[in-house]
Design a protein around this ligand. Structure first.
Ligand code: 4AD
Ligand code: MG
Length: 483
């Protein structure tokens, strides 16, 4: 038997033929004698309508056709009489593959809170919203590989367990095989990692960048795409302890090449989902419109979702230096009237209120901010030359987008051995820990740049969802690692 998905059946125009459909009941309405079942198999946001004539079926089967049950239906595919549906199936036989007790099944056809669905995360993929989000997540991942493949980048698999701390931010999950209740100690009383399986302290990777740089200095153009881990104990709508990051690294790219690639990349991905995921985007757009009492907006954007994505794909991003950005904030109205919670001055690490002001109030579009103060950025970023003392900057860039804030962070890398060593001394990174990284500058060094796109932040942006926990199938946040 041919197994057509519901998506394929709905697109078909070959009517009056026997088909078999399998899926989960989303909705049931009608009389006891003749009723309509909306069946969904996940292939598309649309349900297929099954017309059931009770006289054809056993009463035991009829009673189990309830929301959440999984059915196999054999029947005739016919052009639909009703509006909005191309075709429907007139059931001749229904098999209950798995019943779902209507008294107990938690996902009913009514509006559930995101909180409730997060608690029932094992069942939330059966809702329209979450299935749309995860189909979009798949499409974006596919488009990412396609983008890089078309441009001669190689997909590099960076390690997950590593002895290096790429960001120097110290927010790492430790990995060890030593018994935690009784670890071997050295003379100083510290854990003796020599007896560990790896023979050294290891952690889960916070970023594949440094390994990406190694690869770029041989393969030229590479990208990583994998999970990364940050042991930040923060409970925000933008942070996960385990998130996916895309990190391209490019030999011979300087700062502006990096900005151009990042902007082109984001626009490509947005165009891809606009072209390939219209149904799901439309559904999400309408959902947010409804939730906002008919206003064509979601809570974090002045535009509707589709309108926002089309706008971003079609318009140049703003580009400002950090220094210009600080001046904009200093002259901003909320600053004069009601000051920002965190005061603005040159040298601060911009808080999300500052970033959101820049993108949402000032520029009203994505912004690339570059040339950040040296002291607030990672050790590996290339230093700008000839700057006033106390105002030294590095060739860092962040891309900020409406509704989210930072979505990309990157930089041109320091390719000068002496500058890099000086910087490591200043921030207290022992050279011996990163000899392999320094070797890249010893042997055949080259200008190179790269950036990291937070995959879930990007999915938040394209779906309009409000909480990062709702765009990754199994969110890892403090106190959340059930399955
Ligand atoms: O700005 P970050 O920390 O930069 C890096 O890790 C660099 N090594 C990237 C590079 O140059 N190759 O992280 C990059 C992006 C952020 O802009 C953000 O989108 C996302 O990763 N991100 C997080 N997403 C979810 N949860 C977290 N805890 C995140 N931390 C960073
Ligand atoms: Mg960053």
């Amino acid at each position: 038997t041919k197994k057509d998905s519901i998506k394929q059946l709905l697109a078909s125009t070959e009517y009056d033929r026997e088909v078999t459909v399998r899926g989960w009941v989303r909705h049931r309405r009608g009389s006891k004698e003749v009723f309509f079942v909306h069946l969904n198999d996940g292939s598309t946001i649309q349900n297929i309508q099954i017309v059931v004539n009770a006289s054809n079926l056993d009463s035991n089967v009829l009673n189990q056709i309830t929301v959440g049950a999984c059915l196999q239906v054999n029947g005739n595919l016919v052009a639909s009489q009703g509006a909005g549906q191309s075709c429907e199936v007139q059931a001749s036989d229904v098999v209950i593959l798995g019943a779902a007790d209507p008294e107990k099944y938690p996902i009913q056809p009514k509006k559930h809170s995101m909180e409730f669905l997060r608690e029932n995360a094992h069942l939330r993929m059966r809702t329209n919203t979450f299935s749309a989000v995860f189909r979009l997540r798949h499409a974006a991942a596919y488009a990412i590989h396609q983008y890089f493949n078309e441009r001669g980048f190689f997909y590099l698999h960076a390690p997950i367990i590593t002895g290096s701390d790429a960001e120097g931010a110290g927010e790492m999950f430790q990995v060890t095989t030593l018994p935690l209740d009784n670890p071997p100690k050295n003379e100083e009383g510290k854990i003796d990692f020599k007896e560990d399986f790896f023979g050294q302290p290891t952690n889960l990777s916070v970023s594949g960048q440094l390994q990406g740089e190694l690869a770029a200095m041989g393969l030229g153009l590479i990208y990583t795409f994998g999970p990364t881990f940050r042991a930040e104990n923060s409970n925000t709508t933008r942070h996960l302890a385990e998130f996916w990051m895309i990190e391209p690294e490019m030999a011979f790219y300087e700062q502006e090449d990096n900005h151009n690639l990042a902007e082109d990349f984001l626009k490509y991905l947005i165009k891809y989902v606009l072209e390939n995921c219209q149904d799901d985007l439309k559904f999400l757009d309408e959902r947010f419109t409804k939730e906002n009492n008919g206003k064509p907006t979601n809570e974090r954007s002045e535009m509707g979702l589709l309108e926002k994505l089309e706008f971003v794909a079609a318009n140049d991003f703003a580009r400002v230096s950090y220094t210009e950005a600080i001046n904009i904030l200093l002259n901003s109205k909320p600053h004069k009237k009601k000051k920002f919670k965190f005061p603005v001055e040159w040298g601060i690490d911009m808080q999300s209120e500052h970033e959101r002001y820049l993108v949402e109030k000032h520029f009203k579009k994505p912004v690339i901010v570059y040339d950040y103060p040296r002291n607030i950025k990672a050790f590996y970023m290339k230093q700008n030359e000839g700057e006033e003392e106390g105002r030294e900057t590095v060739r860092a860039m962040d891309i900020l987008v409406p509704g989210i804030g930072e979505i990309i962070g990157g930089s041109q890398r320091e390719d000068d051995l002496e500058h890099l060593k000086t910087r490591m001394d200043e921030v207290g990174i022992p050279h011996h820990e990163l000899e392999w990284y320094l070797d890249l500058r010893r042997f055949g060094s080259a200008p190179h740049s790269g950036f990291g796109l937070g995959f879930e932040r990007f999915i938040l942006f394209i779906t309009g969802m409000a909480n990062i926990r709702d765009v990754i199938p199994f969110p890892r946040t403090p106190g959340n690692a059930r399955f």
